[in-house]
Every structure is written in structure tokens, then in C-alpha cells.
Design a protein around this ligand. Structure first.
Ligand code: SAM
Length: 354
């Protein structure tokens, strides 16, 4: 097959044989990228029109018990600035987001054991009670089935847990031995079983990643059928074991967004902060390649610079929630409209909760 045939088949059927998927990525060039993005926009618009959904991201704790080799929040990073927000601080951020028009709040953190499960459930409950039209997404790492169930019963709607890489051997090169792909996968299937809208995804151009790894990621996602896929380039952090590893660029991530849109026409696909960090127009390019979600930062200004997953993470400019008007204008400039709605995955709105 040539690139045109591969893109046509992916567009029509949502899948390609593994070796053709690999070739599609390997042989990408300007012409095939543009062809892919045109088709991706068709699929996106069939399902979401020109709408862009917003998520207000509250990074509520930079403490982490884990030691992932790539992440600036890893517990061995003694230079990391640690903070955690109180329930009242989190509610204040959520209220500000609500006033700005956000109808999804994402609570993300390192794996900070200082919040009990009941405290997390109480924060979720309080947001839902005060702002019932708001969806709450959690992104707080690997937990047991019972813990996930408790948060769901408290009202959490969605959960983001990137699978990072679907190859257990590659996984072991990115994480210490107490973390495994097997457990990550177990978590993702537990979350789906409970009824969450589930987000998975991989880091692109992560250290030691091969093209075959990326193809495996795509096929793992096909099997999991997540409702959201978060994917962005790896960016090195100066105080981690991967400090000298080359960071990814925006081009491959954007190409993969186009593939993901054709594989998953109805998926919620963010143009991520990492993409906006590595490329000042990364988010626009991501949207033009099939993404339909952006996640501005709602954390209090005094802690934003402390949630440093990687060097140079943007935290004070137009990705900030207060700059919402600028974000709206930037989206209008590429023909898209930011909507003040929950933006659930199709068929997964509040009326479908179990
Ligand atoms: N602790 C939760 C978890 O593990 O899912 C949520 C927070 S974690 C910091 C969120 C995501 O940040 C990870 O899934 C990872 O993909 C991304 N991340 C961490 N370090 C990164 C880096 N150096 N470059 C790009 N992305 C990174």
C-alpha cells in the first residue's frame, strides 16, 4: 500500500494491519500528514462539529510516592518544590473555573497519600453538590478497585490514567520495578468496569521508545476502547535520570493525533499542555489534526510553577484559565468554537451513569 491507500483504509475502516500502521508512521511526510489531517477533521466534525471542549485542570498536589524516571515530581527529586492544596483551596479554584464557564474540573496530582480516600471522595462530593452541572475528572494514579468505586460513588465522572507504553519491557525502562504495565492495565479495566469515562494514552518519543512500541500502543488502545486519549511528547526534566535524553518534538505527536481520530472517531482527544510547551502553536496544530479538547490550568497562580513534570512547562501564559478569552480567540482563528458544556464522551453523559 502507499500512504494514500493506507489513509483511505484507515478512514473507511478505523484500522490497518500492524505492518501498514507502522509504515504509515514511518513514511509520513508533509503531503501524507495533510491528507491524514483532512480526513481526521472530517471524522471529528461528523461527531463533534467545530466544538472544542474545555477542561479546567487543578494540579492539587505535587507530592508523589512514585519514582517514574521521566517525571519531575518523582519522589527522589529532592529539588522539587512540594505543595498540596486544602479542600477549601480546591473548591475556590473550582468556583473560579465555574465562573469562567468551565463545566469539567480535572483534579490531578502525584500519588499523594496524605489525602485519605474519604477526603478525596468528600472533595468530589462537595464540587458536585455546589456545581451539579460540572463533570469531575480524577487523575490521581493507580488505586484499587474499591478506591475507584468509592470515588465514583461520590460522583466522579471520568478518570485519566495514561498507560504510558503498552510494552511491558519498555514500561520497565521508564519505571522502577514496583510499577508494572500489568497493574496499570488492571487499573484501566477496573475503571471501565465501574462506569467511568476512561482516559489512557502514551508519551511520544519517550526514551527507548521504538516505532513498534507506538504501534503496540495504538493496538492496546483499540483493545481498551477508552473514551479519552491523552498523548503528548516526552520532555526531559533536569533533575531526573532522563535529564540528558532528547525531548520529543510536536510533529510525531500531531501525526498520531490524526491516526487516533481515524481509529476512534468519537474519542475525546486533547491537544495537551506538553504539546503546547514544545511548540507555541502545538495546540492549534493538534486541533487541526483531529483533537477536540484543551485543558487550561486552573491551579492557584502561586503553585503553578511547582507542578513541574518537565522543563519549561507552560504555566503563566495563554494556557492559563484566566486567559480564556485569548484561548477562545485562538480557537476561533482556526474556525473552532469553545463550548461551555461538560463535553461527555458520546453516550456517557450523566443520564447514563450506573
Ligand atoms: N500521578 C498520576 C498518574 O500517574 O497518572 C497523574 C499525574 S502524572 C504527573 C500525569 C502525566 O504526566 C503522566 O501520565 C505522564 O504521561 C506525564 N508526564 C510526566 N512526566 C513527563 C515528562 N517528562 N514529559 C512528558 N510528560 C510527562
Amino acid at each position: 500500500m502507499n500512504q494514500k491507500e493506507r489513509i483511505e483504509q484507515l478512514f473507511e475502516t478505523g484500522i490497518l494491519p500492524k505492518e501498514e500502521m507502522r509504515a504509515l508512521i514511518e513514511e509520513r511526510d508533509e503531503e501524507s500528514s495533510e491528507e491524514l489531517f483532512v480526513k481526521a477533521r472530517i471524522r471529528k466534525e461528523e461527531n463533534f462539529g467545530k466544538d472544542i471542549y474545555l477542561r479546567g485542570l487543578i494540579e492539587f498536589s505535587s507530592y508523589c510516592r512514585n519514582d517514574c524516571f521521566y517525571c519531575g515530581l518523582r519522589r527522589s527529586n529532592t529539588k522539587a518544590q512540594r505543595y498540596h492544596l486544602s479542600k477549601e483551596d480546591i473548591l475556590t479554584c473550582a468556583r473560579q473555573g465555574y465562573a469562567l464557564g468551565f463545566r469539567t474540573i480535572v483534579l490531578q496530582s502525584g500519588e499523594d497519600l496524605s489525602y485519605s480516600d474519604e477526603e478525596i471522595a468528600d472533595i468530589v462530593r462537595s464540587i458536585k453538590k455546589e456545581m451539579p452541572e460540572t463533570a469531575v475528572t480524577l487523575s490521581i494514579g493507580e488505586k484499587t478497585y474499591e478506591q475507584y468505586l468509592l470515588y465514583y460513588k461520590a460522583g466522579a465522572d471520568r478518570y485519566l490514567l495514561r498507560h504510558e507504553t503498552a510494552d511491558p519491557v519498555h514500561y520497565a525502562k521508564l519505571h522502577p520495578s514496583d510499577l508494572s504495565f500489568e497493574n496499570r492495565k488492571r487499573c484501566l479495566y477496573d475503571l471501565k468496569k465501574i462506569g467511568y469515562q476512561v482516559g489512557a494514552g502514551m508519551m511520544v518519543e519517550a526514551p527507548f521508545q521504538t516505532l513498534d512500541n507506538l504501534v503496540e500502543d495504538l493496538f492496546f488502545l483499540k483493545e481498551l476502547q477508552p473514551h479519552m486519549i491523552g498523548t503528548g511528547p516526552f520532555i526531559a526534566h533536569k533533575d531526573t535520570p532522563f535529564k540528558d535524553m532528547p525531548s520529543g518534538g510536536s510533529e510525531l505527536t500531531i501525526f498520531l493525533l490524526g491516526i487516533l481520530r481515524l481509529m476512534f472517531p468519537k474519542v475525546l482527544l486533547p491537544a495537551t499542555t506538553a504539546l503546547g510547551t514544545i511548540d507555541p502553536y502545538g495546540r492549534e496544530k493538534g486541533i487541526m489534526a483531529g483533537a477536540n479538547v484543551i485543558m487550561p490550568n486552573l491551579s492557584p497562580k502561586n503553585v503553578r510553577g511547582k507542578y513541574m513534570l518537565y522543563d519549561g512547562k507552560i504555566s503563566t501564559g495563554e494556557e492559563a484559565a484566566e486567559s480564556i478569552e485569548k484561548i477562545r480567540k485562538r480557537m476561533e482563528a482556526i474556525g473552532c468554537h469553545v463550548k461551555n458544556v461538560r463535553g461527555d464522551a458520546p453516550g456517557m453523559g450523566p443520564e447514563n451513569r450506573q
